[in-house]
Design a protein around this ligand. Sequence first.
Ligand code: KG4
Ligand code: ZN
Length: 448
Amino acid sequence: MALDRSRFFPLALSRGFFIELSGAQLGEQTDLFDGALKAAKGSLKGLVFFDSNNRHRGRLSKKCSGAWPRKTHKYLGHRGFWQVSPVVHVLGIETSCDETGVALIRAQPGSGSSQTGAGASGATGEILAQALHSQVALHAAYGGVVPELASRDHIQRLAGLVERVMSEAGVDWAALDAIAFTEGPGLAGALLVGASLAQGLAAAVNKPVIGVHHLEGHLLSPLLDPEAGDLRFPFLALLVSGGHTQIMRVDGLGRYALLGETIDDAAGEAFDKSAQLMGLGYPGGPEIARWSTSGRADRFDLPRPLMRRPTLDFSFAGLKTAVLTHVQKLRSSLALDDQARADMAAAVQAAIVDVLTGKCRKAMRDTEIHQLVIAGGVGANQALRQAFAEISRQDQCRVLFAPPHLCTDNGVMIAWAAALRVLGGQPPSRASGFSVRPRWPLAELPLV
Ligand code: KG4
Ligand code: ZN
């Protein structure tokens, strides 16, 4: 390791962690880091300063920008702590609703400009292992999620899934940079299971924890796709899950401006409730998609609420009422057969797809932002994906989806969102009790 012209530098070098204590005076041209950073590139995990000041900051930024990818180091005030962490390993735990998800991600910052790619850094991630247990069968008999059953099932499954992921990934606990968990929003009891296991593990293996916002997890999951590498801020995001339907403008990690949202039911809820009214299975989204393949969407005329209004808000309650009216008529004339179910399913799907695509097109026109990321469970819908593929050709815009298995709840998105925050410079915290936030507006997230 080359160091030049410093006056004092007792040097401790132990297992890749390099500590340097320097007696350089303020303003002195020591060129202390030049050779050291170049020589250590790729093998240095942390760089810690005591007593640093703004002059150090300026000099180090200049020196680092050539030798290191940007965003791998961050000035944290007069404590002078700069984090340099070229590769991070994050374990992610998701238990906000009815899926127990665990994943281990390895992520690293990109080398591009700070305006490109995931988390403003072009970061890339690799899923080393993942495991998912769906509680669909458990809740199916009730036609919806039963919170108490969900929490109990998470308790039974979670530790086993964590063990499986850690052993499949072949990564030692000591190599983890953080343990991430869904802190909210979600079912309080279910969230507590993930939070308590994450915090307990973190305390046991002496690792920091990071609480992740579930919707940020969804929102950032499409950026795990290598093709997202040159995505630029700002972009638009459509978040469509069982509980949310929102269009956002994303200006950076944690910088989310809400442009429109549902004023009543979410799109996923519209799928679920319509399926329930028709006596199809649970959850409704995948069932409606399956029945639609043998149905004719034009047999039933269903409303597209708020479609022609200038707002970017959504409304799906009227759709549900229209389905109820049709189903009641069909039942009373004994005509609710499988073909009627398939036709109604196709009509519901077409109505929801029309509304979602219509509003997103409007959002792109209004904002003149022609990049759109689609996330959340409804994003798994093939008809929606095809409709957006067609729009991206017609309107010459870019539409990015997460792979279908990462659209619904999973541990990968939690590990990935946490990894982006860590790479962006957000220091994870030490385990501290069991905080969860069943209600947590996205706007309250810290910026990175
Ligand atoms: O994101 P998610 O897994 O959980 C929440 O955070 O809500 O989304 C679940 C929602 C459910 O409403 C489900 O019916 C819907 O996503 N969904 C689908 C499909 N797969 C899941 N909706 C339409 N088509 C699908 N293929
Ligand atoms: Zn979700």
